[in-house]
Write a protein that binds this ligand. Structure first.
Ligand code: SAH
Ligand code: SF4
Ligand code: F3S
Length: 470
């Protein structure tokens, strides 16, 4: 691995732009333009990185393809937060080995979080020689140079950095939706929760300058975007380390003032850094959606301490009380891990207790996955798969009836819904309420991108059925 040099962004980008032009000329000269397919694993951060990769590839003259097997250039943007995310990538790579035998000109690139681990790079060098280009999370913007190097040398190209260069602004980007967009406000994470690999693969926390963020959002609004999702691993610590004196609460107020933006979402919030000032700012800013994703991970104070989460069960429950007092209609969702090393059935019962007291509108529940290199991986008493599965089932039994009960209360009420696509039943469209509940209602694709008043008629546990108010 190589430590990045701090490159002046403008100069570096110009260099990459020049290479993009060279590649475009090469692709323009081919009888048919090569087609690309990006397979994205993991979180919204990765999904957003894929939008940047997409943008760069189109500028280089590649054409988007919706079916992986028809593509000439396949990119896997990988995740390593849990073992099964990695297994999926290895499984797919096995299949691609055969596909490439039939189509020898096919190019395969791997990038994203999983590539930041040395053991993974070794495995790819040894067992997956059919992969052409490998890069990491810190040097996405160098893709043109890497493609060009591979075109010239025809050999495997590895370029993994173990830290970030300057934050690179103004990469070309192709947004998945016209009317909603993600915006990075910070990169990396400093929290080192003892189970989590993200700080090792995404580097130290660094915030983007507020002007860069605001200008990006203004440009998005001018381009028809109504909803923005502000992204960071821990948005509540936004602003630390910047010359400007600014907090996340201030940033929300600035974004709230941008004309054309109608909804503001953000993720993820760490409970330990959620300030009273932020709650006040959320309550005051009318465009900030009434939804907060606030992972609590575990209910036992002993487990929380060993997870290095820096809060207690009591603190968490008081915090959500405070949030609900300030915004009674807010939906709170969470992440929960079961089977952390040493977790007893009594401690799982404490997690169930938090679920019952907090009454979450939704929860992502995960079985603990051992990540090499994290402190938890070497903790004694790893929980057996069988016990973890038992705990997982207990948790779902606690979470699901509450989600259903809260969603059932919405029947008969009217909610503004931002329509984002066609449902699996083509007579229906889907969208999200302000509090992020999924709604299906009868309608056609001309409604996509509109915010419409929908009367809720039925609850289907995790989503709602509604009808358009005439
Ligand atoms: N930065 C965000 C979330 C990052 S990962 C936050 O702190 O909330 C998303 C979720 O994956 C985490 O909230 C956690 O619940 C889960 N997770 C992370 N590492 C895990 C592991 N080793 N095993 C199981 N789940 C894990
Ligand atoms: Fe991982 Fe914790 Fe950072 Fe979230 S806050 S990314 S769980 S280390
Ligand atoms: Fe996201 Fe997975 Fe990386 S959750 S930050 S893509 S490890």
């Amino acid at each position: 691995m190589r430590t990045a040099v701090t490159a002046p962004s403008a100069e570096e980008l110009k260099r990459q732009n020049d290479i993009m032009l060279k590649i475009k000329r090469i692709n323009d000269g081919l009888p048919e333009r090569p087609k690309f397919f990006i397979n994205t694993f993991g979180c919204q951060m990765n999904a957003h990185d894929s939008e940047k990769i997409d943008g760069m590839l189109r500028q280089m003259g590649y054409l988007p393809e919706t079916e992986e097997k028809k593509a000439d250039f396949i990119i896997y943007n990988t995740c390593c937060v849990r073992e099964n995310a990695e297994n999926k990538v290895y499984g797919n790579l096995g299949y691609l080995k055969h596909a490439k035998k039939e189509k020898p000109n096919m190019k395969i690139a791997l990038c994203g979080c999983m590539m930041q681990q040395e053991t993974v790079i070794e495995t790819i060098r040894q067992k997956y020689k059919h992969v052409d280009i490998v890069f990491g999370t810190f040097n996405l913007y160098k893709l043109p140079e890497l493609i060009y190097a591979n075109m010239k040398s025809k050999s495997q190209i590895f370029d993994i950095w173990d830290e970030h260069a300057d934050i690179v602004e103004d990469l070309p980007m192709v947004r998945k939706y016209k009317f909603k967009a993600s915006v990075n406000i910070m990169y990396g994470c400093n929290n080192f929760c003892s189970y989590c690999i993200v700080p090792y693969v995404r580097g130290r926390e660094r915030s983007r300058r507020p002007d860069d963020i605001i200008n990006e959002i203004k440009a998005l609004a001018a381009d028809g975007v109504k909803e923005v999702m502000l992204l960071g691993q821990n948005v509540n610590s936004y602003g630390k380390g910047l010359d400007e004196n600014i907090t996340f609460a201030d940033l929300l107020r600035f974004v709230n003032d941008i004309d054309g933006i109608e909804r503001i979402r953000f993720m993820t919030s760490h409970p330990k850094d959620l300030s009273d000032e932020l709650i006040a700012s959320m309550a005051e800013c009318k465009k900030v959606c009434r939804h907060i994703h606030l992972p609590f991970q575990a209910g036992s104070n002993e487990i929380l301490r060993r997870m290095n989460r820096h809060y207690t069960k009591e603190y968490y429950l008081e915090l959500i009380d405070k949030i609900r007092k300030a915004m009674p209609d807010i939906a709170i969702t969470t992440d929960i891990i079961v089977g952390f090393p040493g977790e007893t059935p009594e401690q799982v019962a404490e997690t169930v207790d938090v679920v019952k007291k907090a009454r979450f509108n939704g929860a992502f529940t995960f079985i603990y996955s051992k990540r090499t290199g994290t402190p938890a991986a070497s903790m004694p008493e790893q929980v057996s798969e069988e016990d973890a599965k038992k705990g997982f089932a207990l948790l779902l039994d606690a979470v699901n009836p509450i989600v259903e009960e809260l969603n059932t209360q919405k029947v008969g009420r009217i909610y503004p819904v931002l329509v984002d696509g066609i449902s699996s039943d083509p007579e229906y469209v889907t969208g999200r309420t302000d509090d992020n509940t999924l709604v299906h209602f009868k309608g056609g694709k001309e409604l996509i991108g509109e915010i419409l008043d929908i009367k809720i008629t039925e609850c289907k546990t995790f989503y709602l059925i509604g009808e358009k108010i005439q």
